[in-house]
Design a binder for this molecule. Structure first.
Ligand SMILES: *Cc1c(COP(=O)(O)O)cnc(C)c1O
Length: 360
């Protein structure tokens, strides 16, 4: 698992004051990249802990007490020519704005968002803190490729009563990542926990939505599975999402199905991109409800998508004691083609015909 909390030196903070966003870039304490590699683990963790502090944030707030906050996740990819490109940041900007407005905060200006994510990626690259493109990644079609994970998020003003954040902070940090899921199990199991309910916040990328998926995922892992699959809250019949990823299934009849969006499903940018790529490959892609029974009966290949993992194939799915193995437990051909196409676009080895990649 490639996530660690090695926050890179340049961060961005903005606050909503007098009806507008006032922001700036901040260079947190650091040595050179090489010097930091030489630090003792204690010195390194002290330095990283310092980078994870922001003095002006209040301890008691709507965010720390009630989970009133939201966030984004996007990635910057090193390119062969030495540049760095971000995957569809305009989509993350739009979703961040709608998430914030969904929590009745002032939404981030999309231009402020783009300027912030590009700005910190560029500044950290100039400092030498960004992984450099490595030709060896081409050997496994970039499955071993490194990237920079960018995490924009909100944090509210000081408060202890219930309320909307009227003067939130908008903060952007970043951290290097290798590949997300290990090479271990890629088995999934349905959970009887409920992630999102009708008229709830399932469609918002908000902090509070992550409590239940974390419990479900950890429970699945304890039973030897990689991923927990959520079913709908009304009938526990239709597939909704993975723990923090969208769900796809290729049926025996050749159609690719993903649950249709509603207020309980997070509109993933990887999901949207995979649908575009699959249509391009000539597939019939259908957004509709799909029951767990149908998936177990008629599923051929199955995978989940999200920025962190990209595409993760599911070798099997277990529901009420019954296990369906997809494609003899191996990554299916379509899943592989989609994965390689997506990675190829992101690392610049395949044509970016939709102009998804944005230079920093
Ligand atoms: C972020 C997220 C996803 C994936 O969205 P991407 O834009 O593809 O990263 C899927 N489900 C949930 C619940 C999420 O929070």
């Amino acid at each position: 698992m490639g996530f660690s909390l090695s926050i890179l030196p340049w961060i961005y903070t903005a606050k909503y004051i007098n009806q507008s966003w006032k922001g700036n870039f901040e260079e947190k304490k650091h040595f050179s990249f090489e010097e930091e590699l030489q630090l003792s683990s204690q010195d390194k963790s002290e330095l990283l802990a310092k980078r994870n502090e922001l003095g002006q944030l209040p301890m008691v707030s709507y965010t720390s007490q009630y989970g009133m906050g939201c966030f984004e996740g996007l990635k910057a990819f090193p390119q062969k020519d030495g540049s760095l490109k971000i995957f569809r940041p305009d989509e993350n900007a739009k979703r961040m704005k709608s998430s914030m407005e969904g929590l009745h905060m002032p939404g981030i200006d999309e231009k402020v968002f783009l300027n912030a994510v590009k700005g910190i990626a560029k500044r950290n690259q100039e400092l030498g803190f960004t992984p450099e493109y490595a030709s060896v990644w081409e050997k496994d079609n970039f499955l071993s490729g490194h990237s920079i994970y960018i995490r924009p998020f909100t944090y509210s003003e000081a408060a202890i009563g219930l309320g909307y954040s009227e003067a939130p902070w908008f903060i952007v940090i970043s951290t290097p990542v290798s590949s997300y899921f290990g090479t271990g199990s890629s088995k999934a199991i349905t959970t009887d926990r409920i992630r999102a309910t009708k008229r709830g916040t399932g469609w918002i990328k908000c902090d509070a939505n992550y409590v239940i998926p974390t419990l479900a995922k950890k429970e699945a892992e304890q039973q030897g599975y990689m991923e927990a699959i959520f079913l709908d809250s009304m009938e526990s019949k239709y597939i909704e999402e993975g723990s923090s990823s969208n769900f796809f299934i290729l049926l025996n009849d050749g159609t690719l199905v993903t649950p249709s969006l509603g207020d309980t499903i997070l509109p993933g940018i990887t999901r949207k991109s995979i649908m575009t790529l699959a249509v391009d490959m000539g597939l019939t892609v259908v957004e509709r409800q799909i029951s767990i029974e149908e998936a177990l009966d008629a599923g051929k290949e199955c995978f989940v998508t999200g920025t962190a993992a990209g595409i993760s194939f599911l070798e099997s799915m277990t529901h009420k004691g019954k296990t369906k193995v997809f494609n003899a437990g191996k990554m299916g051909e379509l899943t592989k083609e989609l994965l390689l196409t997506l990675k190829g676009i992101q690392y610049g080895s395949k044509e970016d015909k939709y102009n998804w990649m944005v230079s920093v």
